[in-house]
Write a protein that binds this ligand. Structure first.
Ligand SMILES: *[C@@H]1O[C@H](CO)[C@@H](O)[C@H](O)[C@H]1NC(C)=O
Ligand SMILES: *[C@@H]1O[C@H](CO)[C@@H](O)[C@H](O)[C@H]1NC(C)=O
Ligand SMILES: *[C@@H]1O[C@H](CO)[C@@H](O)[C@H](O)[C@H]1NC(C)=O
Length: 311
């Protein structure tokens, strides 16, 4: 029963991402049947809607392991947060020949599922960019303790960064933060809060939003009058402009049906970073942009041109 599925015989960007896409970022606020009930309960139940960590239903217990995808050199971690939570994370080592590149990608996932569902993405990053990859599972997700909320996720992100800074093999590496959807908001905050400490070498944002409050009326119409009561705000539109030095890559799926691509366009427009790069995935929807041709090529080019060639 506990036997893991055999690793895929070989991998390609297409086959691995198709595998990953299934649970990558489920619709932000779940199904319409829920909507009517939920609008009344929004104020109290919004965390369940914004952080659907029980989708799929076994997401709190069944967290795929890197080994199931043919990755051998990794550590499974439980990181302690300052407020007493224990966060599950994977640290996947760079290929031996490329360790010297001194590059680490810190991944922040979307609002559904767990880190295990994104391992195929981490594997492509690790092999293709030749980097270490840290996959953090937010509080309340997968095998992490606690209950997610905005303040908590910000603590979680900082805890992961601090861990990388203290860990021998990553302490002196360049750290690139990568966030998809909700993870983009988490990433923006972390980079903004650490820019003065010279902490982070690059930021990659995929299909993320201007703010959660703005998203509610359109994604979740019955709740539109309650949006102002939403205590989870994730105001990326206010935080992103504070980042001025860190290079930022914007990856926008033009067929995104959940977060309008115009949110990404607007984020790019208000971005004050001197080095910002805009790339689109013409056929990319909210949850499958990662499987589009050129997705990882865009990332590789950004990392090479904007990060590795500078300092
Ligand atoms: C991804 O989005 C497509 C298009 O909206 C949808 O048909 C599909 O069910 C979604 N998949 C998941 C896992 O949410
Ligand atoms: C990576 O870091 C190590 C240890 O600090 C250093 O010896 C090496 O030259 C660095 N490599 C690059 C490409 O910067
Ligand atoms: C951002 O997305 C929200 C939610 O769909 C939408 O209401 C808003 O108009 C969008 N804003 C921009 C500038 O695209």
């Amino acid at each position: 029963m506990s036997e893991s599925p055999p690793p895929p015989p070989s991998w390609s960007i297409a086959s691995m991402t198709n595998n990953a896409v299934q649970w990558m970022r489920l619709p932000m606020l779940a199904s319409s049947g829920l909507a009517v009930v939920a609008s009344g309960l929004l104020y109290f139940k919004q965390n369940e809607l914004i952080y659907p960590r029980n989708i799929p239903t076994d997401a709190r217990t069944n967290v795929p392991k890197p080994r199931q995808f043919g990755i051998e050199d990794y550590e499974e971690l439980q990181l302690r947060t300052p407020d007493g939570e224990s966060l599950h994370a994977y640290f996947i080592r760079a290929p031996p020949k490329r360790v010297d590149q001194n590059l680490t990608v810190l991944m922040f996932h979307g609002n559904a599922g767990n880190v295990g569902h994104r391992i195929p993405i981490a594997k492509i990053m690790q092999e293709y960019l030749g980097c270490h990859v840290m996959m953090l599972e937010y509080r309340g997700y997968g095998l992490s303790t606690g209950v997610p909320d905005e303040n908590g996720l910000k603590i979680d992100a900082q805890t992961a960064l601090d861990h990388l800074r203290q860990r021998g093999e990553t302490a002196n590496t360049r750290i690139v933060v990568y966030g998809q959807s909700l993870g983009g908001a988490v990433a923006i905050n972390l980079v903004a809060n650490n820019e003065d400490k010279g902490g982070i070498s690059g930021l990659i944002l995929e299909n993320t939003f201007l703010s959660i409050r703005k998203l509610i009326p359109s994604v979740f119409p019955p709740a539109r009058y309650l949006a102002r009561f939403c205590h989870q705000t994730w105001t990326s539109e206010d935080v992103l402009p504070k980042i001025t030095k860190t290079p930022i890559l914007f990856l926008s799926g033009l067929q995104d049906e959940i977060v309008p691509p115009s949110n990404m366009t607007q984020l790019f427009a208000i971005c004050n970073s001197k080095r910002k790069v805009w790339r689109t995935l013409p056929n990319g929807a909210h949850n499958d942009s990662v499987a589009e041709p050129d997705y990882f090529e865009h990332i590789e080019t950004f990392v090479t041109e904007e990060i590795l060639k500078h300092n």
